[in-house]
Design a protein around this ligand. Sequence first.
Ligand SMILES: [Zn+2]
Length: 113
Amino acid sequence: MRRDDADGNSSLSQPRCEIEKTPLEGECQRPGEVRYKGIILLCRPHAALLQLEDRAQAVLGSVFRMDEWLQENGSLGADEEYLGRIRHEREEAVGALRHIREQIRSARKEVLQ
Ligand SMILES: [Zn+2]
């Protein structure tokens, strides 16, 4: 437990971003504004970054599942039309992932500002 420093400003002191500190980034000095997953309070840049990373994880997971499915069913004479649809979905997911990664890159820059 940590208490706010008594800096004469405490009546309106805003809670800080509670992102876990990494040695590289140090403590986040921004105010916590967004309740992330109902648990921790984050500044907007950190909340945006974590949300993007969650999305990337989810999309990556679905690409992985589709790959597994294709490996198991791709050579067993599965319905060609269905196979084609899965392949197409996979390509779209990979494209989305690329886009999310770009967003993550710029969100990271924002966090470091
Ligand atoms: Zn933060």
